[in-house]
Design a protein around this ligand. Structure first.
Ligand SMILES: N[C@@H](CCC(=O)N[C@@H](CS)C(=O)NCC(=O)O)C(=O)O
Length: 321
């Protein structure tokens, strides 16, 4: 599949992991430290100290890019963007349009960053990566935890008033992020990377049951957790954005398009049209990443021209509470 991992300090090509029934297994993330406003964790929130490595293509990394942008943290936290296609050597830095080379460590490949953080690191080399320039290490490479840190620990440097974790919704936000993870965010991968009919059907069934549920919820309330936008909405957004252009065809998630669901489709457009969000949505990188990197699923590496998808048209969701 053009995907690989680090083993014994070397890069080795390897396919996606699966269980004996052909079900996709997502490996556990390894760097789990935390940046805190008061520095009690050993990583203090500071301006100019941290750097984010992302791919515009990746839905997990995209969450962190949205958070950095909307919180007004672009001056405080640096950014590098890898080439959209994963080839023999994994994620690669490039100066092609849309990419930002690694100005911090001067790496050619993302795996070099992982080895610099931990010379004994073994396993997958994934985006996003939150890098600490002061201690030359990876603080964290789990998107859900990175967005939480950017949202709550960098208040002194945030240049906007957005806050995506209201005190009274903390539990609900966590529960919702958890609730949409398996069937939706990971569900598209469970369908797309399945290697048996049964595993694929399990993934697709869970996915479309969950989409139906959330379409109904979004007919009654504005956002996933109620009347305010939260971190959970950004977790949902990056999957919905990729759905019709990629998951519908490439991952065979084709019972319905997102544009068939009146509430989900309008909700997607509403979030897309929030100032600052569009600049983080690179559909060219998104399509090239999936259709070209997964050569087991798409051996010709042909990237479809469509679909024609109008995310700019005015949303007209009807909320009936
Ligand atoms: N748990 C991670 C998952 C990140 C992840 O799977 N990223 C993918 C891109 S969409 C990746 O870098 N894959 C490369 C690989 O597995 O070799 C998170 O949410 O941050």
């Amino acid at each position: 599949m053009g995907l690989g991992l680090l083993a014994d300090g070397r890069w080795v090509s390897e396919r996606e992991q699966e269980d004996s029934q052909g079900r996709f297994i997502r490996p556990v993330t390894s760097f789990r430290n935390k940046i805190t406003a008061d520095g009690s964790s050993g990583f203090k929130a500071e301006t100019g100290r941290y750097h984010l490595y992302i791919s515009w293509a990746c839905p997990w990394a995209h969450r962190t890019a949205i958070m950095r942008k909307l919180k007004g943290l672009s001056d405080a936290i640096g950014l590098s963007v890898v080439h959209p296609v994963i080839d023999q050597n994994g994620w690669e830095f490039s100066d092609e349009p849309g990419c930002i080379p690694d100005s911090i460590n001067g790496a050619n490949y993302l795996w070099e960053i992982y080895l610099k953080a931990d010379a004994k690191y073994e396993g997958r080399v994934t985006v996003p990566v939150l890098w600490d320039k002061e201690t030359s290490t990876i603080v964290n490479n789990e998107s859900r935890e990175i967005i939480r840190m950017l949202d709550t620990e960098f208040q002194d440097f945030a240049k906007s008033d957005w806050h995506f974790l209201p005190d009274d919704l903390l539990e609900k936000v966590d529960k919702t992020i958890e609730l949409i993870y398996q069937p939706i965010n990971n569900g598209v991968y469970r369908a797309g990377f399945a290697t048996t009919q049964t595993a694929y059907e399990e993934g697709v069934t869970d996915l479309f049951n969950a989409l139906q549920h959330w379409d109904e919820v979004l007919g009654k309330q504005l956002y996933l957790c109620g009347d305010r936008i939260t971190e959970a909405d950004w977790c949902m957004f990056t999957t919905l954005l990729r759905f019709d252009p990629v998951y519908y065809g490439h991952f065979k998630c084709n019972l319905h398009h997102i544009w068939d669901y009146p509430n989900l489709w309008n909700y997607l457009k509403e979030l897309y049209q929030i100032p600052g969000v569009k600049e983080t949505c690179n559909l060219d990188h998104i399509k090239r990443h999936y259709y070209v990197s997964h050569n087991k699923i798409n051996p010709t590496r042909i990237v479809p021209k469509g679909p024609i998808m109008d995310l700019e048209s005015p949303p007209d969701r009807k909320i009936v509470s």
